[in-house]
Write a protein that binds this ligand. Structure first.
Ligand SMILES: Cc1cc2nc3c(=O)[nH]c(=O)nc-3n(C[C@H](O)[C@H](O)[C@H](O)COP(=O)(O)O)c2cc1C
Length: 143
């Protein structure tokens, strides 16, 4: 059974809706899922999972501060232990685009983590179709 960690930040619920749908998909595929807001996530969450999905809204063309704070807090402990750890990023944006996801990928690249699927970006509030895509995304993460 895969241990899937989903870490995210969300203020108005858009990215959270994605996170919950991804968690639902992973659970349905038989994974053990840990779903945590970035503010609550710690280094051992990252060390103990088999795969991690990191979710962030686009705030000022960057990841949300709380997601950056998560990376800041865990960096020293995890930086030598993340090589080849499978990950994906996901999130929502307003009028901009994928910049926040790019910044997550930049940090994960620095940790030598392995991007296992194309990261998933949605504009504003996810539609039912977007949420179905998130569930499929979650299923793939679990397998
Ligand atoms: C403080 C703040 C800054 C934002 N900056 C951007 C931005 O630079 N580019 C963009 O596309 N959207 C921007 N947005 C819009 C959010 O990315 C968008 O509404 C997103 O879906 C919010 O996700 P959430 O509901 O998970 O918080 C910003 C929103 C906030 C609150």
């Amino acid at each position: 059974m895969k241990n899937v960690l989903i870490v995210y930040h969300s203020q108005s619920g858009n990215t959270e809706a994605m996170a919950k749908a991804i968690a639902e998909g992973s659970s349905a595929a038989g994974a053990r899922v840990v779903l945590k807001k970035a503010v609550d996530a710690v280094d051992t969450d990252l060390l103990n999972c088999d795969v991690v999905a990191i979710g962030t809204p686009n705030y000022f063309s960057y990841m949300a501060g709380m997601v950056k704070d998560f990376f800041d807090r865990v960096w020293i402990t995890v930086r030598e232990k993340m090589a080849d750890k499978p990950y994906v990023a996901f999130g929502t944006y307003g009028g901009g685009g994928r910049q926040a996801i790019d910044t997550v990928e930049h940090i994960c690249n620095g940790l030598k983590m392995k991007l296992v699927m194309e990261s998933l970006a949605v504009q504003r509030k996810p539609t039912p179709e977007n949420l179905n895509a998130c569930k499929e995304f979650g299923k793939k993460l679990a397998t």
